[in-house]
Design a protein around this ligand. Structure first.
Ligand SMILES: Cc1cc2nc3c(=O)[nH]c(=O)nc-3n(C[C@H](O)[C@H](O)[C@H](O)COP(=O)(O)OP(=O)(O)OC[C@H]3O[C@@H](n4cnc5c(N)ncnc54)[C@H](O)[C@@H]3O)c2cc1C
Length: 353
């Protein structure tokens, strides 16, 4: 059900940032799939965020935090309530010991990034040649360099920052699309490392309260972050280590190159659909061995390049992908006796009727 006229005008009157009503989520996910959300709001800064959260509470509307939409399958009936995007005020990167170093992630509007996120090359490449920043690194006594990063920063911007300043620790995120907020929630990464490896603190809004979470209050594991329920992540404190910028760039490039040769690019997807089992072969191998490459439902197809990717022909519905996921899961279960768990987050509701 859409918002009432009264709700729409009171939301607009708050002047929080950009607001869109009955907005198709297919415009905000890398899969290009998803029914409408009642309201899509990009909050300008923290004050606007707090006002929005209060308003949603008053109106009893659920809030769905949205990053780049690169790990989402939104059902065809869409999302009730408000999809919340963090805007400009959440796109800051700065050394803790040198706040003057602050860099505002201006250019990387994530909507544009996620639009091309099916192309690993487009989002993962650290294309420009390595150039030292010339800024002396503020190294702490333990040899680490600490960095504040906002949830709205996109991953490629963090990687570029690390190449430029010579910082190691997040190379394993080479080619991963999306925002830092999403990457924290998903503990995104590759076999070369995950974002959670370098996180020391999380800045969150828990209820209406802004809090700094210490490591005793959260835990990262494979594609998972456990934190107080409903907490919205504003940013994180990362502990990185000085490393030659050229080496950092080289490692990221190799990873991006590897992905280009082993993963589908150019077609809408949400990355790997299933998590790898704790032991044994990865999900892609299990699906491949079950002979499922090319299996198709409607506009959704198991990729011939990497069996753990489902790609859309641009017209796929969420129902097609869900049906395909079911078929894959059942076949892998009957052939290998392994229960695949989804990595992609399935959200929203089915269409009425
Ligand atoms: C081509 C392609 C390749 C990919 N390769 C990889 C890979 O190699 N490794 C990997 O790990 N992933 C990969 N992914 C998946 C995806 O890029 C990651 O999961 C990414 O971290 C998601 O970030 P996002 O900003 O798009 O999050 P979204 O998809 O928008 O959101 C993911 C989850 O995080 C929640 N969320 C987002 N922001 C916040 C916030 N600020 N506070 C609280 N909750 C929040 C959302 O509600 C949702 O539950 C790939 C995806 C694509 C399309």
């Amino acid at each position: 059900m859409s918002l009432t006229e009264g709700q729409r005008s009171s939301l607009l009157a708050l002047q929080l940032g950009r607001v869109l009503f009955d907005e198709p989520m297919s415009r905000h996910t890398s899969f290009r799939i998803g029914g409408p959300v009642d309201a899509w709001v990009k909050v300008r800064d923290e004050v606007a965020l707090m006002n929005l959260l209060q308003w949603c509470k008053r109106e009893a509307l659920p809030v769905f935090p949205l990053g780049g939409g690169c790990n989402l399958l939104v059902r065809d009936g869409g999302i009730r309530g408000v999809a919340l995007r963090l805007g400009k005020g959440f796109r800051r990167l700065a050394f803790v010991r040198d706040p003057a170093s602050e860099l505002q992630d201006e250019g990387s509007e994530v909507d544009a990034v996620s639009r091309f996120s099916a192309s690993v090359e487009a989002v993962g490449g650290v294309a420009e040649p390595h150039k030292e920043s010339g800024v002396a690194l503020p190294v702490d006594e333990d040899g680490r360099v600490r960095l504040h990063v906002g949830s709205g920063v996109v991953v490629p911007t963090l990687l570029r920052f690390c190449v430029r300043h010579g910082l190691g620790g997040v190379e394993g995120l080479g080619g991963v699309p999306g925002t830092i907020g999403g990457a924290l929630v998903m503990n995104a990464g590759t076999h070369e490392g995950e974002l959670g490896d370098v996180v020391e603190e999380l800045y969150v809004v828990d209820g209406q309260e802004r809090r700094v979470l210490q490591p005793t209050e959260f835990s990262f594991s494979y594609r998972k972050l456990v934190l107080p329920e409903g907490a919205l992540i504003l940013g994180a404190l990362l502990a990185l280590r000085p490393r030659s910028g050229e080496q950092v760039q080289q490692e990221i490039r190799e990873l991006v190159h590897y992905r280009k040769n082993t993963q589908p690019t150019g077609l809408p997807s949400a990355g790997c659909l299933f998590k790898n089992p704790d032991v044994g072969p990865p999900a892609g191998k299990l699906i491949d061995e079950a002979g499922l490459k090319g299996l198709q439902v409607g506009g959704a197809r198991v990729s011939e390049v990497h069996a753990n990717y489902v790609v859309s022909d641009g017209k796929a519905q969420a129902a097609d992908v869900l049906e395909l996921m079911d078929q894959v899961k059942n076949r892998v279960q009957s052939i290998h006796g392994i229960d695949l768990r989804p990595e992609v987050r399935v959200v929203g509701s089915d269409p009425p009727g």
